[in-house]
Design a protein around this ligand. Structure first.
Ligand SMILES: Cc1ncc(C[n+]2csc(CCOP(=O)(O)OP(=O)(O)O)c2C)c(N)n1
Length: 457
């Protein structure tokens, strides 16, 4: 689900129980070969894959695998699911061609869409870019950055599902007043640019341009965010083509807003550092950011409180929100790129990550884990208050089923020769992180740090 919603290319190859009862080397010889047969195996994942196919004969394998890669890596990218019955896996394939030429593809803007988009941007006084995954590819990141910087268009959600724009860049804003200031919103690779019940109705004069590899988000059953112009395009094709057609806006109002937001954050950090009570999660985010490790966030880390400037240094909050991916993803990142990573997780998300399975993998490919322990599934209790603000749970501040005792959740890493530390005070954060980094980078051990944080965002 996460891979589908976030357009992550993934080729998943699964076995399929033997379909013959006898007569073949692969025929059924275990009880489960009868009982585990599925009437429609691809149907299990079909809502969340672009394509699924059960290979019938060994000579189909080159075509099936080539097609799987073509579809997974063409935009909008996503997961595909290939099934191999045991009979096929024991067949001799012969000398069939091993590669099939199936080129990949991605959408680009039509000349009419570009004409219309440049007119709308030139006519606006206060355009803003809202994005979620424009930093998914390096050329997307570079292109959006070049456009925003040259045309002075602010970027909100500079860190969304990926780092979309450098956080110290001159156009990076934490907030922008959509209702009173913006007159044009460029929604780029982002399904939910704002929450209508929180922002309220935008003025009818505010225009919206949607830029996405699938601007209609066909996979979402009910959806009605406004869009005056919908452009099916990869991020770079759209912004690169607009560079010569759009006049720059005034830089000053954005610089002022940015300075104000930076100053306010500085004040907050100084205040939280002095605090003798529990650790504030945003102060913890600030300190973790200083480590310089790549951050894989699910989802308590606040990227607005640190400097993230390089492409590919932040991955987070996949739009579908299926918890449990971050720790595995951090190991995957380390395996694929050698980059040292820290997974930032809530105490709830930590459990969804199945720690023992994660330790087993991370033992030979270590990463750091920072648990933001706020004593439970706070999102679930927040939702209860949203729906029943004057309900019994809200009045009593009791949310049965969402609250955990203070456990040493991360301590089981010791069984896998990992490093573990509980951290409860603000002045312990920096030394604990330094020790954790040393354990990770010098001793090559998994490092799990559990920070007891305030129940706030
Ligand atoms: C696999 C899965 N199960 C359940 C949920 C519903 N859910 C969303 S947030 C959340 C609580 C997560 O707790 P934690 O990681 O501690 O973060 P907190 O909300 O406390 O900051 C749950 C259970 C989900 N998103 N994914």
């Amino acid at each position: 689900m996460n891979a589908y919603g976030s357009k992550i290319p993934l080729v998943l190859i699964a076995g399929r129980t033997p379909y013959t009862e006898e007569g073949n080397a692969a025929s059924r010889n275990r009880m489960i070969h009868w009982t585990q047969e599925t009437r429609d195996q691809g149907g299990i994942v079909r809502q969340w894959t672009k394509w699924d196919y059960e290979v019938r004969r060994a000579e189909q394998v080159p075509q099936a695998v080539s097609r799987a890669f073509q579809l997974a890596t063409s935009e909008p990218c996503g997961p595909v699911y290939l099934m191999l019955p045991r009979e096929v896996t024991v067949e001799k394939a012969g000398t069939a061609a091993s590669r099939v030429r199936l080129g990949t593809y991605e959408p680009g803007p039509s000349p009419e869409a570009l004409e219309e988009a440049s007119k709308m941007i030139n006519a606006s006084r206060h355009p803003v870019i809202i994005t979620w995954r424009a930093g998914r590819k390096r050329k997307w990141f570079d292109s959006l950055r070049a456009f925003a910087d040259a045309k002075n268009v602010p970027v909100v959600n500079y860190a969304g599902e990926a780092l979309n724009y450098p956080s110290s860049g001159k156009m990076a804003l934490d907030r922008y007043d959509l209702k009173r200031t913006a007159d044009l919103i460029l929604v780029v690779e982002c399904e939910v640019p704002w929450i209508p019940s929180r922002v309220g109705e935008l003025p009818a004069t505010t225009k919206v341009i949607k830029v996405d590899t699938d601007p209609g988000h066909q996979y979402i059953p009910f959806y009605s965010f406004p869009s005056d112009l919908s452009v099916a395009s990869s991020v770079n094709h759209f912004f690169d083509a607009l560079m010569d057609r759009v006049e720059p806006k005034d830089e000053e109002p954005i610089s002022k807003l940015r300075e104000e937001q930076q100053r306010e954050k500085g004040r907050e950090i100084r205040q939280w550092k002095r605090s003798k009570t529990r650790i504030h999660p945003r102060l913890l985010s600030h300190e973790i950011g200083k480590l310089g490790l790549t951050i894989v966030n699910e989802y308590p880390f606040d990227p607005n409180y640190c400097v993230l400037d390089r492409y590919g240094t932040y991955y987070a909050n996949l739009s579908v929100g299926y918890l449990g991916w971050a720790m595995g993803a951090a190991v995957g990142l380390k395996m694929a790129t050698g980059t040292d990573a820290v997974a930032t997780v809530g105490d709830g998300a930590f459990m969804f990550g199945v720690p023992e399975a994660f330790y087993y993998l991370a033992h030979s490919c270590p990463v750091m884990v920072a648990i933001f322990d706020n004593g439970g599934w706070m999102s679930s209790s927040e939702s209860a208050v949203d729906v029943y603000p004057t309900g019994l749970a809200a009045k009593k501040h009791k949310f049965p089923g969402t609250e955990f005792e203070q456990y040493e959740l991360g301590a089981t890493v010791k069984a896998f020769d990992g490093h573990f530390q509980m951290v409860e005070r603000a002045d312990q954060i920096a030394p604990a992180l330094e020790r954790g980094r040393e354990e990770l980078q010098k001793r090559k051990r998994i490092s799990v740090l559990q920070f007891v944080v305030e129940r706030t965002r």
